[in-house]
Design a protein around this ligand. Sequence first.
Ligand code: PCA
Length: 217
Amino acid sequence: MTRPPTILLTGFAPFGGEEVNPSWQAAVALDGERIEGHRVVARLLPVEFDASLEALRAALDETRPALVLCVGQAGGRAQLSLERVAINVDDARIPDNAGASPIDQAIAADGPAAYFASLPIKAMLAALREAGIPAEVSQTAGTYVCNHVFYGLMHALRDAPGVRGGFVHIPYSPWQAARHAGAPSLPVETVVAGLRLALRTAMATTTDHRLAAGAEQ
Ligand code: PCA
């Protein structure tokens, strides 16, 4: 029997003093699910500038996915953040889990300044909001390991025509927010439902919706 084509879904290890990373808790909950005739394969990425992209490239080679969604934690954000753009710079506010703190370093010396996600983020946004899951389009994935992975993903996919990719940042889980007084949170089950719907919408949508989701600042 041939195996169904795959969707690669990545999450990250804990970082920054946290004990858990709900991006991985959510990704692993979807591991093995069928979405639009594709099998979701979840992979864990280390929160290390160098090792994260090595792990991502190995996962791309191994799974040969039709679509890739990388997920990371953005503590302090209140909604699922569909990232629009990855920029070609590392600028670490805190050391990564291997102790590296690159400052103003290009991710790919020969790469463009930025890549846009190739997922239909407006259609995904509309579907999430309609389902009652708080979501936004974000204009920056930061300059830490998540942006690094997002940029590295889009840089790798330039040689893989037809394979689409993108990045979603998620809020703290309630369990984490209880340790960060006043910080917004989303239950992991809501994140799981949101990622499932986002993936289903991405798989089913080839031309993105026209929907305003910009920001003044
Ligand atoms: N969030 C970090 C890296 C790993 C993660 O889950 C970030 O936003 O860069």
